[in-house]
Design a protein around this ligand. Structure first.
Ligand SMILES: Nc1ncnc2c1ncn2[C@@H]1O[C@H](COP(=O)(O)OP(=O)(O)OP(=O)(O)O)[C@@H](O)[C@H]1O
Ligand SMILES: [Mg+2]
Length: 252
């Protein structure tokens, strides 16, 4: 097995001290892989991502990211550590009052203060071109571009700091089928273009998960029901997995 970028060890979480949302998650995400996390609504997918990002503290168990147990990091170090992550959520969450270009410059101005203005603009320009946005949109506000372009801008911003790990939470939920396919392909192309990047995507879109992911982790009721390649999922005879796989394959 290749080196793990992310390792969750018997991760448990309760918010109210009573009801456990995560009941002991064991999961290793290999470095350089594209891993999809799937499962019914409310099974703990987003809570798992938030533990990986250090936004939630485990009730018990361990979260290791690139060999570091993140519970040992002081708040300031955790903030710096988060620069290793590029994050894209369902809504692109762009700053409405900043242009496309300014949105992508923002993390660089915050975290890479040693860079000159010219260098910041060069990096932002490079990321925007990487995700396929034409420079004629650089000075538009998010409200003046389409949903697909907003996603591209969000991805360019997520890539600005050259993160080692890209995290996507439902990046295509609510998009039409054409846009969904475009964003899925963008995630796959970005992953392939950036050698060594580890990508983790939570998705309701099973067709996409099975098409683009190297590994799939299916959560159920706060545990990992099955982890494996898309082929492992196809072959599985676990009833709940079958239901998911059969549904996912209908789109083909
Ligand atoms: N901050 C919080 N405080 C209390 N409960 C929470 C909190 N965050 C999540 N939960 C609970 O944890 C459970 C899992 O939530 P989570 O958001 O991880 O589900 P999910 O698998 O991402 O679902 P979906 O597919 O709908 O996004 C839910 O019952 C939710 O209500
Ligand atoms: Mg969620």
């Amino acid at each position: 097995m290749s080196e793990a970028a992310i390792r969750l060890v018997d991760l448990k979480k309760t918010f109210d001290g009573n009801d456990f949302v995560l009941k002991g998650i064991d999961l290793e995400i290999p470095k350089g892989s594209l891993t999809a996390v799937i499962g019914f609504s409310g099974t703990g997918k987003s809570v798992v991502l938030k533990h990986i990002l250090g936004l939630y503290k485990p009730t018990s168990g361990k979260v290791e990211v690139m060999g570091t147990d993140i519970s040992t990091l002081k708040p300031d170090d955790l903030t710096k550590f988060r620069c290793n992550f590029g994050v894209l959520f369902q809504s692109a969450a762009l700053f409405d009052d900043m242009t496309v270009l300014e949105n992508v410059c923002f993390p660089l101005l915050e975290h890479r203060r040693e860079l000159s203005k010219k260098q910041v603009l060069e990096i932002a320009d490079q990321k925007l071109r990487l995700v396929g946005l034409d420079s004629k949109h650089d000075h538009k506000l998010p409200s003046q571009i389409s949903g697909g372009m907003q996603k591209r801008t969000g991805l360019a911003r997520a890539l600005a700091l050259d993160p080692e790990i890209l995290i996507y939470d439902e990046p295509t939920t609510g998009l039409d089928p054409i846009l969904t396919e475009m964003v899925d392909n963008l995630i796959l192309d970005t992953h392939k273009l950036r050698e060594g990047t580890t990508s983790v995507m939570v998705s309701h879109d099973l067709y996409a998960a099975f098409r683009i992911a190297d590994y799939v982790a299916m959560l159920d009721a706060g545990r990992v029901l099955l982890w494996g390649t898309p082929k492992d999922f196809e072959k599985s005879d676990i009833e709940l997995v079958r239901k998911f796989v059969d549904k996912g394959m209908k789109h083909q």
